[in-house]
Structure formats: structure tokens, C-alpha cells
Ligand binder design. Structure first.
Ligand code: PLP
Length: 453
């Protein structure tokens, strides 16, 4: 069944063009700002991903509050994108705002720790079961550091990733499989070396391929999300994590779990929910309520071996760390966010909202017998243009239908609901309400009605 199954392409083309025209009518201010800024920006946007939005330009934002975002034209949205999870807490949660304001008034960065450090590290350790932590400004950097430590401690050159993963702009991860060979991901630019020299790639959920690649004996670590989230959502098959853990232990390779997106599953992400046992773990994006911050946790054994391997006098040349990493503002924001915002109760709420959102989407798919399915990780809900759940990243990539997604995203945006631009995802925060989620379901139903009329 093709991704376009059940959809009349010429009708889709007409509807998409109409939504694009409507977008331009609704957003003269954003368009003007976009044009004014473009001459001063590389690629016309301050960050390349902003080119991925459907519509003639990225929206210029005036403010975000809780579940709402308002653009410069005064349009208000139910925000189900939440800055690609960076605002999973809802925009500007009051507890984080208060801690940030207090900290900002008395110094934001010192290249010295503050008392929040021990509190945050203890709390992360309690949640994720790893006792020792280090901080960065982004999950990308935390992953980069994890890979360095893994190579340091194993003396092995390569890493292993799952095909079509994303772990930030980490060079070793811009690799994919083509005809069984490791090649650069399409679109990747300026790589220092051929990724086949640094990276082994296997399909997610393929234990046999995983074992075969680990058998080369040159893999320092496997870096993976607990469920893949970046080429559609691919859930692990029932025994996959048990097999992955056993295979990495047998091969002497570290297991690094990247919880940056799957944190939506609960207070300790899928690691906590599923009882996973990584050697290292990365969290980022939402952990400081929108303030740049991420963290890398490691086992006591790994921390001890890093202590032994890195001379304190040369720590600045270890290739880890950064001037503003672990700054006082990030740590204050992380403390308040962990203690008061991303709580058990908040995750119980987002889980229930996520279930409601999933049911709303599933009802529309079911009503029209569309060959699509919907999948959920806590407050994160995503639908794919395939009848069956995805088993690995290549299936996710094959199911992409940019025009169809573009129409569905723009249709929602033009009616006051913002969804994630890269794929078909809704993310809820504790600030969302049943009515917000139902609004998405109604608009999704109306879009499908228009498409199938
Ligand atoms: C699973 C995962 N890890 C890491 C990252 C990198 O996060 P950041 O861009 O904040 O460094 C991303 C970004 O989308 C991600 O999806």
C-alpha cells in the first residue's frame, strides 16, 4: 500500500495550494519579518530547521504561555509542536521562570558551580539510576561527549547506531544504509571523514544484524533512543531491549540511551518506564523548561574509569565541556523544572491527554478506513501513512509523504493548531487541556473530510 493510499493527488495538490494562499493571507507580519531578516541570515533563517515549516515562511513568534503560542500577526495557536519538545513543560512554566529570574539577577555564568549542581545531579540519579553526571548546553553535545568517553574507555574506534536515527548534529550519526553499505545521510554536508570509517549501522529491532556488526570487535558503544522518534516513531519489539543489553555486554560495548525525545514517556523517560539499564544516558531539550541545558549520566564504574583516565591538569583538552556548559542559569532552571514542573503528576496528566489525542486521531483513521496508524509515547502522539506499525527507520522514511503531511499541518495551522513540521506529531504539555486536544481531533477530522470529499 503506497503512502498515498486513499488520497486523490490532484485534489491534494489543489487543497494544499489553497492552504498556502490562506497562510499568506493570515501572516503578513511574519512574511514581512522573514523578508527583512533574510538578507542578514545564512539560508534566510537563524537555524536551518526553520526552513522545514510548511507555509511561505516560519512564523515569527510574539509570545508563548503554557499551551498557547501567539505570532506577530496576533494569531493564537494551541501549540502541539512545543519547540520540538524543548517546551514539553508548556511555555515558560512559572516555577522555572521564577528560578531563572532569581538566578539571572545574581549572575548567570561563572565557569564555576553553584549549589544547584548537587541537587540536580542527585535528582537525575534518582530518576535514571545512574549516579554521576556532567552538563552541556545541548543533547547534541552530551551525545558527542558520551561517544568520546566510550572510545576513551574501550580504545575502539567505531560506534553503532540504528538506521535513520537522529541524535543531534553528531558527525558519526549522519550515516545510513544503502544496499547494505554505510553511506552519508542524504543532505549531510561537510563531513570530515567518510562515516563508514566511524560508524556501523543496523536496522532497529534487528538483533541478528546487531550481533553481526558487534562481532567485528571494534564498536565502542551503541547509541540509541529507547524507541526511535526521528523518522516516525518505531517502538522496540518486545524482546529488543533485553537482547540489545545482552549483546552489548557480551561484545564489551557500552550502551548509551538517548532519552531526549522519549522523556515524554514519564519522569525517567522510557528508561524508567521499561526498566532499561544503560551504561550512559543523555537527556536534553525539555529538562530546563526551555533554557538551554542537557545532561550526561554514567555508571559509577564508568565515572571511576574516566577519573583514572583524564589528568585534571589536561581536562580542558579532553574534547568535552564548553565555556557556558553547566552555567548557573541552566542549573537553576533545571532544578526548578525537575522539582516543580516535570513531576510524576505532570506526566500522569500528559499521559492521559496523550491517550485522548491518540483516540481522537485513531477514530478518524478508523471512520474512513484509512491505511494509516497512530502511535504514542506518553504525551507524544504520531500518525503514519502505513497500516502496520513501523519496524525500523527505513520503513519510516519510505512512509514519508511531504505533500500530504504539509496539507494536514497547514490545514491545522490555518485554524489555530500548530503541530510539529517534520512529521505528523502532536505533543502535549501539562498546561494543555482536553479541549485543546479535542480541537486538534476536530480539525484533523475536517482536513480528512476535505481530502476525501
Ligand atoms: C533523540 C535526539 N537526541 C538528541 C537531539 C539533539 O538535541 P539538540 O538539538 O537540542 O542538541 C535530538 C534533536 O532533535 C534528538 O531528537
Amino acid at each position: 500500500m503506497s503512502a498515498a493510499a486513499g488520497v486523490d493527488r490532484s485534489r491534494l495538490e489543489r487543497l494544499l495550494a489553497a492552504e498556502q494562499r490562506r497562510f499568506e493571507e493570515l501572516h503578513p507580519g511574519s512574511l514581512a519579518h522573514h523578508r527583512a531578516a533574510a538578507d542578514h541570515l545564512i539560508l534566510g533563517v537563524p537555524m536551518p530547521w526553520m526552513l522545514a515549516w510548511d507555509g511561505a515562511c516560519p512564523l515569527y513568534v510574539e509570545r508563548g504561555e503554557g499551551a498557547r503560542l501567539t505570532d506577530v500577526d496576533g494569531n493564537e495557536y494551541v501549540d502541539l509542536c512545543l519547540g520540538d519538545t524543548g517546551a514539553m513543560t508548556g511555555h515558560s512554566p512559572p516555577a522555572t521562570v521564577a528560578a531563572v529570574a532569581e538566578r539571572a539577577a545574581i549572575g548567570m555564568t561563572f565557569m564555576l558551580p553553584t549549589e544547584d549542581t548537587a541537587v540536580v545531579s542527585r535528582e537525575l540519579g534518582r530518576r535514571f539510576g545512574l549516579p554521576r553526571w556532567q552538563y552541556t548546553l545541548s543533547a547534541t553535545d552530551a551525545n558527542r561527549h558520551a561517544l568520546r568517553y566510550a572510545r576513551l574507555l574501550t580504545g575502539r574506534p567505531r560506534i553503532l547506531i540504528f538506521d535513520r536515527c537522529y541524535h543531534g548534529t553528531v558527525s558519526e550519526c549522519f550515516a545510513t544504509l544503502r544496499d547494505g553499505k554505510v553511506v552519508a545521510r542524504e543532505g549531510s554536508v561537510g563531513a570530515a571523514v567518510d562515516p563508514a570509517q566511524t560508524t556501523r549501522v543496523v536496522p532497529f529491532n534487528d538483533v541478528e544484524a546487531l550481533r553481526a556488526e558487534l562481532a567485528h570487535g571494534d564498536v565502542a558503544c551503541v547509541l540509541t533512543e529507547p524507541a526511535m522518534t526521528n523518522t516516525g516513531v518505531v517502538l522496540p519489539e518486545p524482546d529488543f531491549h533485553r537482547e540489545l543489553r545482552a549483546a552489548t555486554r557480551e561484545a564489551g560495548a557500552f550502551l548509551i540511551i538517548d532519552e531526549t525525545h522519549t522523556l515524554s514517556a514519564g519522569p525517567a523517560g522510557m528508561t524508567g518506564r521499561e526498566g532499561l539499564e544503560p551504561d550512559m544516558l543523555v537527556v536534553g531539550k525539555a529538562v530546563a523548561g526551555g533554557v538551554p541545558a542537557a545532561a550526561l549520566g554514567v555508571s559509577e564504574d564508568i565515572a571511576g574509569r574516566i577519573d583514572d583516565a583524564i589528568e585534571p591538569g589536561r581536562a580542558g583538552m579532553a574534547g568535552v565541556g564548553g565555556t557556558l556548559a553547566a552555567n548557573a542559569l541552566s542549573l537553576a532552571a533545571m532544578r526548578a523544572t525537575l522539582e516543580e514542573v516535570l513531576t510524576e503528576a505532570a506526566f500522569a496528566r500528559t499521559d492521559a491527554l496523550g491517550a485522548r489525542c491518540e483516540a481522537g486521531i485513531a477514530a478518524v483513521i478508523g471512520e474512513h478506513s484509512l491505511p494509516w496508524h497512530v502511535v504514542r509515547i506518553g504525551g507524544r502522539v504520531e500518525y503514519h501513512f502505513t497500516e502496520q506499525p513501523l519496524r525500523h527507520g527505513a520503513e519510516g522514511a519510505a512512509a514519508v509523504d511531504s505533500d500530504l503531511s504539509g496539507f494536514l499541518h497547514l490545514f491545522a495551522l490555518n485554524r489555530g493548531v500548530m503541530v510539529f513540521p517534520f512529521h505528523n506529531r502532536c505533543l502535549v504539555s501539562p498546561a494543555h487541556t482536553d479541549a485543546d486536544v479535542d480541537r486538534h481531533s476536530e480539525i484533523f477530522a475536517a482536513a480528512i473530510d476535505a481530502l476525501l470529499a
